[in-house]
Design a protein around this ligand. Structure first.
Ligand code: TNX
Length: 515
């Protein structure tokens, strides 16, 4: 067990309270979710559960072709809809009787991401933004079958939907074990399907440096060549990362880069030895599982801060994200707080906003700096008091390097010995965190060394975390989620997801489904 982190009494109490609230709310949602529409019409199974949905009797049938009528200012939504239709073998033809309209309007109640979806004799998707329309298209995708059909049937629904939180994320550790660009593309597609909108890439750690920095080529030549024992090495060129940024943007997702400083830096120290203090003798690449042993030499500010500034300048030129993650976890050093303060100010000077892991709360910084809460028992109250926005990743709910079930091979259990099963993750209630901007599940890869293993840890748990972040807590419940999520299995199969065969969803059959 690499981390001596225990659940405190405080966190246990809070977890209990969250479950009690949910138990009281359970069942209240299922009529609203309209899992069982009138007559024989197809069911409307949506994850995340929309804010409101009315189901009328009857259904809309069509075959073969639809007419598309799309606002020119919504290119991403249009492309997503065209891809969906093409994947189902549906042609677009102006003369077709069935019409799908993508309409931009100015309904302020929808905010930046909200949308309406109405199925009558045609389909009307409306929103204030291209991103809102993208979400509408994803809902339509979920209402449609996963594979081509001779005839398509849609339930007659009227949906009005907005997210509870603006930050609905996944943190992926590509540093311990590398994940190829193609896998990240697939993951972005699947995230978009569940209306997730932040992919946080943990690009550097002790075991590897994965982002090309042109001014310091050895970071990837040396730091990109190592990996955790049994894992994959590798690195991304700046062009590949720019491609990923655009790919994500087209799906309504912002990629948030993380360069983890000043600890978790053995790969950087092995590449440029002068970043370490002069008495440090261990400068070799690292493939183990320990944390908290490496640090930039904070006693050499004339070496460290130009390095940090130059690296960040290249990172910012690749990633347009307003928030830039600078790590700051698991390090004890007398100059740690000073490092956080200086780095937060540096990022601010560069026109962006820093985000640190929770320990960064000791720095002196503007209240707009974000903190990522990860130890359930960490005392975050003072930071909340100062107004720091929180991204919630409490490990006993959202560390999905922990098992889908207790004792799952190749998973950690340092934060919760029972693992983080689907129901546990779903039971999280974010509402007590007054400055929360959202939720991020985190997949660390010390023990996750292949695409299939990553899929197994991510799905279906990431869909549950999408619902926790999108749907207001009193409105949702685990039983309804199970029904709706179970029904989306064909969509996951069609996307080729190698998900965990979750018994709570009735997926525990012996054979994997075909891709
Ligand atoms: C804690 S969360 C870490 C990571 C590990 C993870 C393993 C955080 C800021 N640090 O370095 O990979 O636990 O579960």
């Amino acid at each position: 067990m690499p981390y001596p982190v225990g659940m405190t009494r405080f966190s246990k109490l809070r977890a209990f309270a969250a479950c009690a609230v949910l138990a009281a709310a359970a069942g209240c949602h299922s009529t609203r979710s309209a899992d069982v529409p009138a007559g024989n019409a197809p069911a409307a199974h949506l994850v995340p559960l929309p804010q409101s949905m009315q189901v009328e009797p009857g259904e809309l049938r069509f075959a073969g072709a639809v007419a598309l009528d799309a606002d020119a200012s919504a290119p991403h939504a249009r492309r997503a809809l065209e891809d969906t239709l093409a994947g189902l073998g549906i042609a677009t033809r102006d003369a077709a009787a069935m019409r799908i309209r993508l309409q931009l309007g100015d309904d302020a109640t929808l905010g930046d991401e909200g949308y309406r979806l109405v199925v009558t004799d045609g389909v009307l998707l409306s929103a204030r933004t291209d991103i809102g329309l993208l979400h509408a298209v994803q809902s339509l995708r979920q209402l449609l079958p996963a594979r081509p059909q001779a005839q398509f049937r849609l339930p007659r629904v009227a949906i009005v939907d907005t997210p509870a939180y603006r930050w609905r994320g996944l943190s992926l550790d590509v540093a311990r074990s590398f994940l190829p660009v193609e896998y990240l593309e697939k993951t972005l597609d699947r995230m978009a399907f569940f209306k997730l909108n932040r992919l946080h890439l943990h690009l550097t750690d002790d075991q590897g440096w994965r982002i090309e920095i042109k001014r310091y080529p050895k970071l990837v030549e040396i730091g990109g060549a190592s990996a955790v024992e049994g894992g994959r090495s590798g690195w991304y060129t700046q062009d590949q990362l720019k491609h990923l940024v655009a790919y994500a943007q087209a799906r309504g997702i912002t990629i948030v880069p993380e360069v983890d400083l000043p600890g978790h830096t053995q790969a950087a120290l092995a590449s440029y030895n002068e970043l370490a203090c002069d008495d440090v003798t261990n400068l070799a690449p690292y493939a183990g599982l320990e944390v908290g042993f490496s640090v930039l030499c904070l006693d050499k500010p004339e070496v460290v801060y130009p390095f940090v500034r130059n690296v960040l300048a290249e990172v910012l030129a690749i990633f347009p994200s307003q928030e830039i993650h600078v790590g700051g976890d698991e390090i004890k050093h007398p100059l740690y707080a000073d490092f956080i303060s200086r780095t937060a100010a540096m990022v601010d000077d560069m026109g962006r906003t820093a985000i640190f892991w929770e320990e960064g709360s000791v720095g002196e910084m503007k209240p707009d700096v974000l903190l990522q809460f990860w130890n359930d028992g960490y005392d975050i109250a003072a930071a909340v008091e100062k107004g720091h926005p929180l991204v919630l990743s409490p490990c006993s709910y959202f560390y999905i390097d922990h098992g889908n079930y207790a004792g799952q091979p190749q998973t950690y259990d340092w934060c919760r010995k029972e693992g983080v099963p689907l129901a546990r993750l779903y039971s999280f209630d974010p509402t007590p965190f007054k400055t929360a901007v959202g939720i991020e599940a985190a997949l660390w890869t010390e023990l996750v060394h292949s695409d299939d293993a990553a899929d197994n840890r991510l799905w279906p748990r990431l869909a549950a975390s999408a619902e926790v972040a999108w749907t207001r807590t009193p409105q949702r419940g685990y039983d309804g989620f199970r029904q709706r999520m179970a029904a989306l299995r064909p969509h996951l199969d069609a996307m080729g997801v190698r998900y965990h065969r979750e018994p709570d969803l009735g997926w525990a059959d012996a054979e994997p489904r075909p891709r």
